[in-house]
Design a protein around this ligand. Structure first.
Ligand code: FMN
Length: 218
């Protein structure tokens, strides 16, 4: 009897030990595995969406503007003075006339044709910029068509857009909504609008107040 038990143990024990050693690693519970994936996906997503300054990196800022008679240029240069941002002026390859009626005529034709007037040069290393200040005069409750050329030319997804505008009294009209429609992947902040008749008297203070309210670093 004793020999029989010894014989049985010597057959069964190695088989039991082998089953423990070579079995596949247990799978994590399905719910736990899904949570790991979900957490990784959400980390990746927030890493893309997170502005650079949240990660402690300096955010590079760029000012892009078009100005026909100088008002927006005044604002753009003030923003540059206060932020130290790089600046790029949209200069039409075919300049508008200095004569108001002729310029209005050209702009009217461009608008009717939904034209994309070309601008000279381009922005180096556009991808490096996290914040883009974009300035334009209000033309018939819209942006000049050259701004549409700019938005067609560059991908602003993931960037912060801070619009600024001057007008004879129409404010931004629907231009902020237009920018949001053109750049759905960007964050469009509250813009700064100044009126020709009064707003341009002290653009320095208006720009300071605006920048302080934006809280995007300077
Ligand atoms: C072609 C054209 C269309 C304009 N349309 C409007 C308008 O619809 N509403 C408005 O308030 N001002 C309008 N303006 C006035 C300009 O928006 C305003 O003078 C602006 O400050 C000019 O900026 P700039 O000097 O940078 O070109 C228009 C001016 C031009 C030349």
């Amino acid at each position: 009897m004793k020999n029989l038990i010894t014989l049985m143990l010597s057959c069964v024990l190695p088989l039991a030990l082998a089953a423990c050693d070579s079995g596949p690693a247990p799978s994590p519970p399905r719910q736990a595995a899904e949570n790991v994936d979900a957490a990784r996906t959400s980390q990746e997503a927030s890493a893309v969406a997170m502005p650079a300054q949240d990660k402690g990196e300096a955010v590079k800022a760029l000012i892009v503007y078009y100005s026909w008679s100088g008002n927006i240029r005044l604002m753009a240069e003030e923003i540059q003075r206060q932020t130290g941002a790089d600046i790029f002026e949209l200069l039409p390859v075919v300049p508008y006339s200095d004569d108001y009626d002729t310029a209005v005529n050209t702009a009217t034709q461009e608008r009717r044709a939904n034209a994309r007037p070309a601008f000279s040069g381009g922005v180096d290393n556009f991808a490096d910029y996290g914040v883009v200040y974009i300035g334009y005069p209000n033309w018939w409750a819209d942006m000049p068509m050259i701004l549409y050329t700019f938005f067609d030319s560059y991908d602003l997804s993931g960037k912060i857009i801070a619009p600024f505008c001057t007008s004879g009294g129409s404010g931004f009209s629907d231009t902020i909504a237009a920018i949001k429609g053109l750049e759905p992947g960007a964050t469009v902040l509250d813009g700064l609008h100044l009126e020709d008749s009064s707003g341009l008297e002290n653009p320095g203070k208006a720009v300071t107040d605006w920048l302080n309210g934006l809280d995007i670093g300077k």
